[in-house]
Design a protein. Sequence first.
Lengths: 319, 319
Amino acid sequence: MAITIKEVAARAGVSTATVSRVINNKGYLSREAVDRVKQAMRDLNYVPNTAARSLQGKDSMTIGVVLPSLDNPLYSELFEAIESKLSTAHYQTLLCTSSNLPDKEEEYFSLLRANRVEGIITSSHGDFLKRKANENYPIVCFDRNISTKIPSVQSDNLSGGRKVADWTVSRGAKRVLILSGSTEDLYPIDDRIKGMMSVFNRADIELETAALEFDSSTSVKALLIQKLIASRDYDAVCCTDDLTALMLKRVADAMDYHPLVTGYDGSDFIRTFFPDLTTVCQPIPQMAELMCNLLIEKIHNRSYQFESEYNFPVKLVHE
Amino acid sequence: MAITIKEVAARAGVSTATVSRVINNKGYLSREAVDRVKQAMRDLNYVPNTAARSLQGKDSMTIGVVLPSLDNPLYSELFEAIESKLSTAHYQTLLCTSSNLPDKEEEYFSLLRANRVEGIITSSHGDFLKRKANENYPIVCFDRNISTKIPSVQSDNLSGGRKVADWTVSRGAKRVLILSGSTEDLYPIDDRIKGMMSVFNRADIELETAALEFDSSTSVKALLIQKLIASRDYDAVCCTDDLTALMLKRVADAMDYHPLVTGYDGSDFIRTFFPDLTTVCQPIPQMAELMCNLLIEKIHNRSYQFESEYNFPVKLVHE
DNA sequence: ATAAAAGCCGCAATCGATTACATGTTTGCA
DNA sequence: TGCAAACATGTAATCGATTGCGGCTTTTAT
């Protein structure tokens, strides 16, 4: 068994209280006591038991983040922005990824709460979140309308969808494929598509839609895409996220087929390394900052009432 | 304050002992007691306090990961691979990112240990790790030779460097720039450069080296790179990581200057979306798996002695 | 019918540290 | 010299959960 404070106290010939004071450098201490305790700690190779310490119930000053995955730079940038913001507010940040599995999401929620995080930022859509909605525990969602009690910080997906479609129409497209990166009926993607459709329908565009299985490997996705565009029927493909757009571009390029392509998300990474991809850019750092501020506000004041949605404007970027 | 076992017990009309038995499914329990306790836990949204539990010597079944950042897909893929592997071994995983700040690394180490993680996987190089080396606490490093007591799981950086250089020479380069993504004298990058140099020197190549500040923004980096290659003096640039290589390629393309370019790391993401970048591919999933296995072994058997290095072979990929 | 076994559950000690409070000693200053 | 403030340290309660022990009740077996 590991050395405890008692053994240190015994060896130094003082009480455990004095040892604790030395460890925390708190209260009055004589030079001599400090020396003796420190010597004893060194002699015994003492390491304080952190579990016992945190049982004393101080604030953990820690916030948890649950994201589906880090494959998409959107999420890694979001996390980095959150971490950085929370860090300046003297909070530490713990991240868990759920691979989009609802069970895992819930398990990680429990883990974080068991570890006494003071609040959670998430992009989960698990139903269990609905159940948590009434707890008044500080939770903020990224781009997920779970409940009126849990705020969704999001960008204006409808408007983003419209902008993409406007641009596509303005470039003269007549037959368009809307390609979703996920088969699930997810909230934000849904709105993006709605936005696109509202424009395309009015413009009398020939429209088709398709979706990829979220958890397919990249090579399977490539094959699916290949099948979808084998007919070369479309003169534009509007994707609901950048990675899908890039994948499509690659596959199409290989076929020497060059439809207009648009993505969605506009992470820094994508814009740096694929500046010629037309995409809708979400203000990730600002969204991260708002989520952090909302969460901290709620932590300090449990009766704080969130709005149910916070919408950020988006902008279309193209070469 | 959070709900404790006492309040659950009160609401269910039983003792804390019974609640604890329900939680741990241990000892004799009546159907009725179980139901009442579970209901009370649900009603109160009870989450057990891990600190208190681990004070009783319970395992947390949680492992911590500390990485410098998630900007590089190398790290996000590494993390995803670790999480997935640990998940099948019934461990949960917590991630912290340190922005390469030694103080933050140390703080996050303390945080993770306070949360009773059973071991830590990290890619930190903070000196504090050296101090921890003697504690016999389970730690495994990714690509960092900190101490003989802490194993470094890495790929063969020397050989990777040589492969890059061989390829560059075979393509007829005469004047080469070695461009490092970091000014710090970091272990793995160092070896990569050594490997490159050993080949270039023998082949009588005109060689220069340069390094970018690690924490500059992408736009600042682009400017620095622009300055470095303004003379168009090199017919090849060997970078110590893929992101630097991509950045260089972009800047050079914009100048209509097309030297040979090589990267290093070979993450899935880069290979999928930049298949024509010549790079050295590290077996990330395998490395992640070994790190997990080593850590778990050490957790189960504290007297297990690690090797000080585990080297994986690398392969050069080019179009 | 009756003892032994099994089932159910509460009391209270325990884990290792922190800290309010109490007690005793010095020091400072009028 | 006297008395309050500052200093030094110890005692014991406390944090939240676990668990050995013991007592009471219900089965089971003979």
